[in-house]
Design a protein around this ligand. Structure first.
Ligand SMILES: Nc1ncnc2c1ncn2[C@@H]1O[C@H](COP(=O)(O)OP(=O)(O)OP(=O)(O)O)[C@@H](O)[C@H]1O
Ligand code: SF4
Ligand SMILES: [Mg+2]
Length: 330
């Protein structure tokens, strides 16, 4: 049994004729201890998908109109409020983009980590455990650091504290939604390295959401590429980065000038990202696709197996582009 299996998820905002389907038939699978990266342009539905894993999207305005989110085999969408409280933190923990906004400015960081421990592991709510967690996330001199207020720490250190808080509950799945976007480039690399180390040490699964394809290869086992509420390509990270099959993945890779450098919003593909409720007919990428065929405007492609372990939502996909920027390219 997979740790996480999302089957045909359908999520709408609003109701009636004005309803906008932000996630449309999304399926994903993540095994225990593995790392999956979810990539795609702004507005493709990455965050609402990630938040759905612990049913954290406010309903209303959202409405789950179909599908299942199986966490350890149990459907999150059918859980009671009490069961949801137990899995939030207990099975799945989150790290978000802005550590400064998530930490409470008036409490010392040690006290905030202890609060997280009290909630999930009351017996372990001790200074010793706080120090162990701060050490685990690479904070130097944790014995004195635990008395710091958030503003006394750099953005990178604040993000390490957020990761320590997320780890306090010993989750099986850590969801990191653009955890490095707000940080300097060198600090980003350190946080990604930390996530990789923690995954190895703790054996937890990681779902990493990112705009930065440069970090996908460093961390991911698998990658899923999202466009307009759907997965358009899914497969082993090394394969997808080396030989992207879907024209959108190819365009994403081409649009990143230098992998592993500046964080870019992925906006270099000509045309605009369609909004939920106004997705184009046929293939949702057709107005922007350099390889579009006449039928693409009317025929909606399905996500199909293109090769062993690789799924692609484009009947015309070809592996003609070798990604010259991939560190795996030979
Ligand atoms: N509360 C809401 N009400 C209405 N629409 C929403 C709400 N939250 C998200 N959406 C819409 O759902 C779509 C997907 O949003 P989401 O935040 O998941 O995108 P994303 O892929 O995470 O983008 P980004 O890279 O900018 O974070 C967007 O078009 C967004 O406007
Ligand atoms: S189905 Fe057509 S428009 Fe869509 S990605 Fe493939 S070639 Fe491009
Ligand atoms: Mg987002």
């Amino acid at each position: 049994m997979a740790l996480l299996e999302i089957k045909n998820l359908q999520l709408e905002f609003g109701s009636g004729p004005g309803a906008a389907r932000a996630v449309d038939g999304l399926s994903l699978r993540l095994e225990a201890g593995k790392t999956l990266c979810l990539v795609g342009e702004s507005g493709s539905g990455k965050s609402v998908t990630a938040l759905s894993i612990a049913k954290l999207v406010a309903c209303p305005p959202a409405r789950y109109v179909g599908g299942e989110i199986l966490l350890e085999g149990r459907d999150v969408l059918k859980m009671s409020a009490r069961e949801l409280r137990a899995i939030r933190g207990g099975v799945v923990s989150y790290v978000f983009q802005e550590p400064g906004a998530s930490l409470n400015p008036v409490f010392r960081i040690g006290a905030q980590i202890k609060e997280s421990l009290k909630l999930h592991r009351p017996d372990a709510a001790t200074d010793a455990e706080v120090i162990r967690l701060l050490k685990l996330v690479g904070i130097p001199a944790p014995e004195s650091r635990l008395r710091n207020y958030p503003h006394e720490m750099s953005g990178g250190m604040q993000q390490r504290v957020m990761i320590a808080m997320a780890l306090a509950s010993q989750p099986k799945l850590l969801v990191a939604d653009e955890p490095t976007t707000a940080l300097d480039v060198t600090i980003q690399a350190q946080i990604i390295e930390l996530l990789g180390d923690l995954r190895r040490q703790l054996g937890m699964a990681v779902l990493l959401i990112t705009h930065n394809l440069g970090i996908v290869g460093d961390l991911a086992d698998d990658v899923a590429v999202m466009y307009a509420g759907q997965i358009v390509e899914h497969g082993p990270a090394r394969e997808v980065l080396n030989r992207p099959l879907h024209p959108y993945t190819q365009a994403l890779i081409q649009s990143v000038p230098e992998l592993s450098t500046e964080v870019q919003r992925l906006t270099a593909i000509p045309g605009t990202v369609p909004l939920p409720g106004a997705f184009p007919s046929g293939c949702r990428f057709h107005p922007r696709c350099p390889k579009a065929q006449p039928a693409c405007a009317t025929q909606a492609p399905e996500l199909l197996a293109a090769e062993v372990g690789r799924n692609v939502r484009c009947p015309y996909s070809k592996s003609e582009i070798r990604n010259p920027k991939s560190e795996f390219a030979s």
